[in-house]
Design a protein around this ligand. Sequence first.
Ligand code: PGD
Length: 774
Amino acid sequence: MNEVDPVFRPPERGVPHSSHWGTFSVRLHDGGVEIVPHPRDPAPSSLLANIPAAVSHRARVARPMARRGWLEHGPGPGPDRQRGRDAFVPVSWPQALDLAAAELRRVYAQHGPSGVFGGSYGWASAGLFHDAQHQIHRFLNLAGGYVRSVNSYSSGAATVILPHVIGPQGIVAGNNVSWAELVAESALVLAFGGMALKNNDVGGGGTSRHVAGGNLRAARGRGVEFHLIGPLRDDLPAEAGAVWHSIRPATDVALMLGIAHTLVAEGRHDRAFLDRYCVGWQTFEAYLLGHEDGRQKDAGWAADVCGMPADEIVALARRAVGRRTLITCSQSLQRAEHGEQPVWMGVVLAAMLGQIGLPGGGFAYALGSTSNTGKPPLAVPLPNVPVGRNSIDDFIPVARIADTLLQPGEPFAYNGRQLTYPDIKLVYWAGGNPFHHHQDLNRLRRAFARPDTVIVQDSVWTATARHADIVLPATITLEREDIGGSAGDPLLVAMHRAVEPFAEARDDHAIFAGLAERLGFAAEFTEGRSPRQWLEQIYEPTRRALIARDDDAPDFEEFWAAGELILPTLPWDGGMLRDFRRDPDASPLPTPSGKIEIASATIAGFGYSDCPGHPAWLPPSAGPSTPAADRHPLWLIANQPATRLHSQLDFGATSQAAKINGREPVRLHPRDAAARGIRDGDVVRIYNDRGACLAGAVLSDALQPGVVQLATGAWYDPDDPAADKPLCVHGNPNVLTRDIGTSQLAQGCTGQLCRVEIERFEDPLPPIKAFDPP
Ligand code: PGD
């Protein structure tokens, strides 16, 4: 499929703009803003309809605020741990900046940079200059340094395991198998965790063309056979015409082992490929055949674990041989306990089929998990704001934030290293919402009670802002100028300002510039440039690269006036894996052996029981017949929402339209509903030992019985903020999820799965207050 539509014309009217979920233009009306999708986008996202509400919603932070207890008693949580429960007091901008600057000065003087947590994880907004992550890291680097976070909530396990096994995530999620190759070359796709279209709505930084649906249709039209493996039928859209193998949650590795065992038992694995391109086969084969633990991982064994009949496993293994088979692994699979294993085992299965490095074959991590994977890479660099250098190297794996705040000084393992949690006194967050993204929110509340000071910059009253001491109102992208672009999308967008800033909101850059001025490094932070001059400055390297290629290279004024620029892309060449396949000696992989590591001596050397030296079936600690499952028998899948990006714009039209009685919809199988006397549209209480929330029941046979699904992103809304374990009346699943790392290797987020029970909620419905300012 052609990635760049030759008949494309720039939008003729409206203010050009961009978001993580699509490029658009803004038309201004008396009553507000109208969002018009970019004409080049074949399948614009319904998430665009969330944007108009953001312009003046009551959830916007109108002016700087400070927590009363913090103002009156000074930094520190206070003996009553009032953070998140206390009242807020409005303060002027000069006051707010003076307070924040004085506290930064105090903490740096008394505790140094290792007392400041600036990991500040979060998706923020599209726009390469105002990106909150760039701004906060540039600011904190100049302020003296900070404890950073590494990896992401999206891909915590894969990012760490892949370099040990095959190479950096970029080569297996990026320049490896493209959509175009899938359409043209693949014969069979085994999609572990699927390729849900809702996830393809979103591409970090912006996306001008939503191509997944069209490519799936084209592939099916060419006869590509899709198999969806997972407990939710709609994780592959109808256009793929997939065979649905509804296995139990968290058992993909067992199924993969059953397929692998069948290949070996029938002599169908590609021994030549394993010999030439891989190391560690014998070690893994001994495990597979039960020489290690006396247990053959055959199809019968796998069937018992995953619930797919043994004869279907055998049939699937046979169908995967002798044709161009692509194994994909969604990000969701690795966002669970032992999340390293499905990624590693997916690579091993693809190696056993001898397909790695072939067009449309092998293993593709996260193809179909975001809008911008599987598209050709850009041929020129994107505009980029330098963030400078951090004076310290202290870091935490990003999903260990609550452990950090609760357990300062305690040791923990990470990727072969023994590290110590820092003693954080000041937390500064801009562009993220940990009370959306982190697990076990009641535990996170205890963690957020610990530091001396929490500063949050956001445009809206998220639960994170409500747990801060100083809240600084940030603009939304519509209120500022920027350049939109993403490494996986060819359109560079001149994001013009569409509306005036809401109330007293300021750009993150302006807020940090004001702090930098008080702290004595304003000139270093702004380099004397206005935001517009910054845009011109960061555009220049892209333009120079275009000139060097003899491509159309408009100057900044021309680009700005045109509203956009299509950047050249590189031809898809299969990258490092294809070179490796052609000649493994001349083009070794960047793994310790230079080959695909079916067993890893490095990982074995770490001695982690939760991540051994080869892929293995490690039963989840909340699996069948465990105390967790006995008490709360349903698996909850807390996945990405279809109606918003994470928690962003939960008050928007698309997100609100899906709510039931104002609550987030929870899907459950009619059989599970009947057993509990639950009807479609009932408000239900979902609970386990960690917490409870309300949600609106939607009965659906698109789920496996025993599985319920509640998307992330409903704003946390405790009925009684003073309680230890309040009921979230709105439906945030992270009050239920468990706060443990994937393993000692990656320590990634495991928010995807946990055990719950559900009952009808019979009490009077509590009001939703999440969108009311405190
Ligand atoms: P967002 O809702 O996107 O979630 O977690 P993340 O924190 O990224 O939060 C972004 C915040 O930034 C919003 O509050 C928004 O208002 C604010 N913001 C936007 N633009 C700006 C700006 O310009 N300036 C400032 N100052 N603020 C801005 C997402 C994370 O959640 C991710 S990536 C994943 S993949 C995880 N997924 C799961 C999961 O599958 N299951 C569970 N249970 N939990 C998850 N959490 C993770």
